[in-house]
Structures are given as C-alpha cells and as structure tokens.
Write a protein that binds this ligand. Structure first.
Ligand code: FE2
Length: 212
C-alpha cells in the first residue's frame, strides 16, 4: 500500500441476499414434500436435470402452513431491511425440486417476480450448494490472483438444512451436479406485490388494480 495515499474501495450497489434458519422441526413437512407427485423437466436430458413437483402452488397446501408463515415473515424482514417497503409481497408460484445423483439445476432467473426464495428441506455438506452468477454485461476475464466481491463472476453459497434464502429474482443461479447418493430437496417460490408500483409524478405508475 502506498504510504501517502488514503484509499477507500466502496461497493456501490451490492446484491441483497437474506439467509434465515427455520428453528422448528419440519419432519412432517419433509415427509409431505417427499411423497407428492414430481414431473421431469428439460425434455430429453432428464437424467442430468432435477425433477420438479407437478403442483406449482405448494405453499397453498395446509400441510405446509407453518413453512408458509415462516416464509411470509422472512419476506417482511427482507422488504423492510432492503427496500424500506412496508407493503406485503405475495407468494405467487411455489414448487419443490429434487435432484438425485448426477442431476443438476440449469442456470436461470425467475421472470415476473420481484424476489425469489429457496427453502432447503433436505440438505447437508455433501450435497451441492447454490451458485450465483454476476450480470453477464461484465464480461472481462482477467488472470486474477485472488478473488473478491469486485472481481468474481460466480458466488458459491453453502446452505444448510432448514435454511431459507431470499434474493432478487433477476439474480442468475444454478446448482452443480449432485455427487451424493442422497437426494437434494428444496422448495422455490416467486413473489409479486398486490399494491400499485411506481408513482404518478415520475410517470412510472403501474396501477395493478386496473389490470384485473
Ligand atoms: Fe431458481
């Protein structure tokens, strides 16, 4: 470090990801998630990709009410801490994902959603983490000595059983192939607001009630 320089590296627009642990027992909910109907996705390459619950409104089920209440409280915390937005985010679709040995989740974002989340029903240190990708518009590939928040293009987040993560729906993510004999089981969901968006004065007003 130069002796006479006073340096400060400021991270201008960080990506907010909230992690919250569910402290209650969820054995019954796990049993429910394991026994619902699943469908294959991704056409012919199904052996390489995760399977998905046929029901994509799972959090409407009374068997998952406790988990839903926990997720809704966590969404309120996210809105308050990140956006300083007091209105409620509504859970739209919610579905379960299972990946067996050799299966992965393709890289994707969640369109038509404000924030998305994942609750981990069956997870341990031998199962693959979730991997986030930086916006593709920053496409420099340098020979980097040490990775940090400024120069990394991916972020691997280890997650625990019973953990909930909430992040912007535009943040691209994927899951590497499962090398364990155990199934990786998670539940994903999307959200939107019930209230109008924007403001009349700035010409960004989106009156959702008029769209119904
Ligand atoms: Fe996802």
């Amino acid at each position: 470090m130069e002796k006479n320089f006073k340096l400060e590296l400021i991270q201008l627009f960080p990506t907010p990801l909230l992690s919250i642990k569910y402290e209650e027992n969820f054995d019954e909910e796990l049993k429910f998630i394991k026994n619902i109907d699943y469908k294959r996705i991704n056409g012919d390459q199904t052996e390489y990709f995760n399977i998905q619950s046929s029901d994509t409104f799972l959090l409407d089920k009374k068997d998952l009410l406790n988990i839903r209440v926990f997720i809704e409280k966590s969404l309120e915390i996210y809105c308050k801490e990140v956006y300083h937005y007091s209105s409620k985010l509504i859970i739209t679709q919610s579905w379960a994902n299972k990946s067996g040995k050799g299966q992965k989740h393709h890289s994707h974002i969640h369109p038509n959603s404000i924030v998305s989340g994942v609750f981990y029903f069956q997870m341990d240190e031998n199962l693959p983490p979730i991997q986030f990708k930086r916006d593709a518009s920053d496409n420099l590939s340098l020979d980097i000595d040490k990775f940090n928040n400024f120069n990394s293009s991916t972020f691997i987040l280890p997650v625990k059983n019973g953990e909930l993560i909430i992040f912007p729906s535009t943040l691209e993510h994927s899951v590497p192939p499962n090398t364990s004999d155990k199934e990786r089981i998670s539940l994903s969901f999307n959200t939107f607001t019930q209230n109008s968006l924007g403001s009349i004065d700035s010409l960004t007003y989106l009156p959702l009630q008029r769209c119904l």
